[in-house]
Design a binder for this molecule. Structure first.
Ligand code: ZN
Length: 410
């Protein structure tokens, strides 16, 4: 057993503690409270004391690690069509993927950087299975949840995807890319598998206005894109009748429940936000990616009012200028002045842990959780003299200059 004390402790799930202590044993937190109370209660137990901030590790709920090497995608101009960016990405990826060691090197560098920045858990989406990333977790890496991504924009692709999925071991989680790149059959098929195996179902949802147009009338750049690729064969059966929005469409398909993670959720109506909350589904916000692609801002205030704590994700360098969860918090705070800094910090920690049903391990410093404790400090944090300012600095100040993990020994 060991006592870890600090000037400021931000447990997230419970109010912050000034001059606090954590008691840890066997890799778990067993108690938390004000330092004088804890020292009194646990007399004779060794104490480590820090003059900095302790908080839970961050959770990056949406990455595409396999795109880590795609570094030279320029931010699209304002009049760009969403599919122009997709075409550019497919081209760049094709060019850059020839050197496999470069791809793997970029992935491992990205993972090391995530851990160094204070990320404890990463959820990753990818079309390719990287044996380099399976097996034992490497030292200096966050825990990695990997989902193999499928898409099926036509009947042939659906057959291929279903066959591949059927041959996967049960332990391999899968996900579907988006409602404009996969028809309803694959969405339902993949969600059924996730349900059956107890896996989370993650899907890009309501990202762009173009997606909304496609859902409503089957027209726009996604239709053109599919037609150009000779991929328009009736797979998107809703194209005739249309849906008011992606969330209504998903609900109609029966894929919206407490183990579904909707990534982006920018173009969602208030009714749809309420429907997400009612179904208990989760949302992952990607403010940096949304800004890069110019798709708009998610109605974060409405989500919070509905009782949803969204998760946060960085997406990949293909749609973000920097892969840094601290930067995502900064952007959210800048774009949503009505949202409290406490809420934003909760999104970067607890929101992601809850979405992946890992809140028993991650997301907060409360009894029962893993004793993986993040210690952060910076000149600006040192100057703060109350908790409100500390949280404000953490959320709006960008990545702190000193970040380390406290290792507990007993
Ligand atoms: Zn994404």
């Amino acid at each position: 057993m060991e006592i870890i004390s600090a000037r400021w402790i931000i447990p997230v799930a419970i109010p912050a503690i000034d001059d606090g202590s954590l008691v840890v044993a066997d890799g778990r937190i067993v108690d938390i409270g004000r330092r004088p109370d804890i020292l009194n209660k646990y007399q004779g137990i060794a104490e480590c004391r820090y003059d900095s901030v302790l908080m839970p590790g961050l959770v990056n709920a949406h990455m595409h690690l396999e795109l880590s090497h795609v570094q030279d995608i320029v931010r699209p101009p304002a009049d760009n069509r969403f599919t122009d960016w997709i075409s550019e990405l497919l081209k760049k990826r094709q060019e850059a993927t020839e050197d496999r060691s470069l791809v793997v090197g970029a992935i491992t560098a990205a993972l090391s950087d995530q851990y160094a920045s204070g990320v404890a858990l990463v959820a990753d989406i990818g079309n390719e299975f990287f044996p380099e990333l399976s097996g034992e977790r490497a030292d200096g890496w966050p825990e990695l949840l990997r989902m193999l991504e499928f898409l099926a924009p036509n009947r042939q692709a659906l057959l291929t995807a279903k066959e591949k999925i059927a041959n996967l071991p049960d332990c391999q989680p899968i996900c579907v890319h988006a409602p404009y790149s996969s028809g309803p059959d694959l969405l339902v098929f993949a969600k059924e598998r996730c349900r059956h195996l107890g896996h989370l179902f993650s899907v890009h949802a309501a990202e762009s206005a173009a997606e909304l147009e496609f859902l409503r009338s089957g027209t726009g750049c996604f239709r053109d894109f599919l037609e150009q690729r000779k991929s328009w064969d009736g797979t998107f059966s809703f194209a005739e009748q249309g849906f008011e929005g992606t969330i209504f469409y998903f609900d109609h398909l029966g894929v919206l429940d407490e183990t579904t993670l909707l990534v982006h959720a920018v173009h969602v109506s208030q009714l749809e936000v309420l429907l997400v909350a009612e179904r208990g589904a989760h949302i992952c916000l990607c403010p940096g990616s949304n800004r890069f692609l110019g798709v708009g801002r998610a109605p974060v205030e409405q989500m919070l009012v509905a009782g949803i704590i969204p998760a946060l994700g960085t997406d990949s360098p293909a749609s973000n200028s920097t892969i840094d969860l601290w930067h995502e918090m900064q952007l959210l705070a800048a774009e949503h002045s009505q949202v409290t800094h406490e809420s934003i910090l909760a999104m970067a920690t607890l929101g992601g842990a809850q979405a992946f049903r890992r809140a028993d391990d991650y997301g907060s410093l409360t009894p029962g959780r893993m004793s993986q404790i993040l210690r952060v400090s910076s000149p600006a944090l040192t100057r703060c003299n109350d908790m409100r300012r500390i949280v404000q600095e953490l959320v709006t100040g960008g990545r702190p200059s000193e970040i380390s993990w406290i290792s507990t020994h007993h």
